[in-house]
Design a protein around this ligand. Structure first.
Ligand SMILES: [Mg+2]
Length: 187
């Protein structure tokens, strides 16, 4: 089940089936907003529209090039927290139920230092042991199952802004509750 939310306050931890609950949260456009950050999917669509007859391989490599250039520029821009108070309250609520939060990002592991810096600049604590980077090479649901070895029956709570990630996790983890985070810039 996927529910759209604009604040972390709406994440429901009350249906706690287990003593300890696992919350998995994305970073870009979920916790942190970076003004000019655009997704890989955005660039793929862009080059596909520009060159409808090119092979997938060419589209893939062109999109990757644009994505990486944009990412480099984006990470030098100022970032901000999408919902600072809501997120702090969520952290408190997770502590109260003795839950565990992991951060799961498609960023590459080369961005550990910049990620740490962005968390700290924004008054967030960077949790090195619980922050994972997929390097954009594996779906998030597959990463949870195959890399972190989390049983697919686990009722995880998953928060992300991208439908692809949400659908993949909802499919892999049928007992999960998935939240699509929509950043409301007017907040
Ligand atoms: Mg994201």
């Amino acid at each position: 089940m996927i529910e759209s939310i604009t604040s972390f306050e709406s994440v429901d931890l009350s249906n706690n089936l287990l003593n300890s609950q696992l919350i998995v949260c994305d970073i870009d456009n979920t916790i942190l907003y970076i003004p000019i950050f655009k997704t890989y999917a955005y660039f793929y669509k862009l080059v596909k529209n520009m060159f409808p007859n090119k092979s997938r391989y060419i589209l893939y490599s062109e999109a990757s090039k644009l994505f990486n250039e944009n990412k480099k520029a984006a990470y030098e821009e100022n970032s901000c927290v999408t919902d600072f108070i809501g997120f702090q309250r969520l952290l408190n609520r997770i502590r109260e139920i003795d839950g565990k939060l992991i951060y799961l990002t498609a960023r590459s592991s080369y961005s550990i230092q910049i990620t740490k810096k962005q968390f700290e600049e924004n008054g967030l604590i960077y949790d090195e042991a619980n922050t994972y980077y997929t390097n954009n090479t594996i779906h998030k649901g597959d990463f949870l199952e195959k890399v972190l070895k989390i049983d697919t029956k686990t009722p995880i709570i998953f928060i992300d802004d991208l439908d692809d990630n949400l659908n993949n996790v909802a499919y892999k983890y049928p007992n999960s509750k998935c939240y699509k985070f929509i950043y409301d810039k007017s907040r």
